[in-house]
Design a protein around this ligand. Structure first.
Ligand code: SAH
Ligand code: SF4
Length: 385
């Protein structure tokens, strides 16, 4: 299928986005080999460069200790730099969540990403947060585009419209920069990556998937610890279904409504790809042992949160013929977004209907609402720099 064009993007350093053509970060092992060869250095040096970028997480060429000075100078003279995104601002929530404003590499703009630690909480608030590791595992929520073209009525990111696609280096760079900030030890700390920040990953498929391959193969994150969330882009789901198991992240679909009429109201993209078409595409994904596809369901007060809506979701899940689970998310408010938060009783009532009918259901607790880091609250807070 598209693997040939994917390779072209990944292999040809000159085909990266304007302005980032000299960024090493985001190139895969083969492309880095080409860079090293063109620079007239022995090919085996490429492995050291790859390790330095993705394992040692260097931010500048100077920090690469394994390469000779002359080679680093030569790469720099040829215009190469690490080119990894930087955190411009960090906002910390009382629940330990951090929201970051991250500088674009290929454009003068910013995106947001979120760090959500899960821990025993023992050390939180004792004043030693920076020195004592207060988490056992963490989830990193990553953006794939600046803004979003999908016009979901309840989502703050939609208000930006699509500004641009992020490059593979920018997407993988969000993850690596955040791993670095928290001193994460790969292979020891449990890290999950969710592509649920700004943007629709499957509408930036090539760059997003190139980033995933780097995260799996070079950074060392299992695809079983990565989840991509989509508003239901059918051709994207079909492409994902063809990715090999050893790089394909898990899939989450934003259902968000119990039927087509309501879904078309809150997610106009449903007119193009209605629920049945999205589920049909999901059926083409060959699930691994014990894997399930997640249906995300944002509860909009008075719009999608009644017990009758819950019954409809039960029927939908039963009739789908796919191993599914449902993640309920109470809608998080945003300025000028005209919806109501669901009542806590409605949320619990909805969950109970699904659970009583044997549908695996989880209630996602809002993280970092106080710093505007919760689902659907991400929007650039600094317009440009
Ligand atoms: N574009 C992709 C991924 C980013 S949105 C998608 O739509 O799936 C990630 C999740 O946040 C989606 O399930 C979306 O429905 C949900 N979401 C968006 N706005 C929200 C809000 N204000 N409150 C709660 N969840 C929201
Ligand atoms: Fe885009 Fe997802 Fe927000 Fe919809 S919910 S506008 S697809 S980011």
């Amino acid at each position: 299928m598209n693997s040939q064009s994917d390779n072209l993007v990944a292999l040809d350093p000159l085909r990266t986005a304007p302005g980032s053509s000299n960024a090493l970060f985001g190139l895969d092992a083969q492309a880095l080999q080409k860079v090293v060869e063109i620079a007239g250095e022995p090919v085996w040096r490429a492995r050291q460069l790859t390790e330095a970028l993705y394992r040692q997480r260097v931010a500048t060429l100077d920090q690469v200790t394994t390469l000779p000075l002359a080679m680093k100078r030569r790469l720099a003279d040829e215009g190469w730099r690490v080119g990894r995104p930087k955190i411009l601002q960090a906002f910390r929530s009382s629940d330990g969540t951090e929201r970051y404003l991250i500088e674009g590499v290929a454009g003068p703009d910013t995106v947001e990403a979120v760090w959500m630690p899960e821990g025993d909480g023992g050390e939180m608030g004792d004043g030693f947060e920076d020195e004592v590791k207060s988490w056992n595992r963490a989830t990193i929520c990553i953006s794939s585009q600046v803004g979003c073209a999908v016009n979901c009525q309840f989502c703050l990111t939609a208000r930006l419209g699509l500004q641009r696609n992020l490059t593979a280096g920018e997407i993988a760079g969000e993850v690596v920069t955040i791993l670095d900030r928290h001193g994460v030890v790969m292979g020891k700390d449990r890290i999950n990556v969710v592509f649920m920040g700004m943007g629709e990953p499957l509408l930036n498929y090539d760059n997003w998937m190139a980033a995933v391959r780097i995260l799996v193969r070079e950074v060392g994150i299992s695809p079983l610890r990565m989840t991509v969330s989509t508003s239901g882009i059918v051709p994207g789901i079909e492409r994902l279904a063809q990715e090999p198991d050893d790089v394909r992240p898990k899939l989450a679909i934003s259902l968000n409504a119990p039927n087509d009429p309501i879904r078309s109201e809150v997610m106009p993209i449903n007119r193009k790809w209605p629920i049945a078409a999205v589920l049909q595409a999901a059926r083409t994904v060959h699930l691994r042992n014990r894997e399930r596809i997640t249906l995300e369901y944002v509860l909009l007060g008075g719009v999608t949160d009644s017990p009758d809506h819950a019954e409809q979701v039960v029927r939908l899940v039963r009739g789908a013929g796919i191993a599914l689970k449902v993640n309920l998310i109470a809608w998080n408010p945003g300025p000028d977004v005209q919806f109501q938060m669901p009542q806590p009783e409605a949320v619990e009532g909805f969950r109970k209907v699904l659970a009583a009918e044997g549908v695996p259901v989880y209630l996602r607790k809002p993280r970092g609402r106080d710093i505007f880091a919760a689902c659907g609250q991400l929007k650039r807070t600094v317009e440009s720099l």
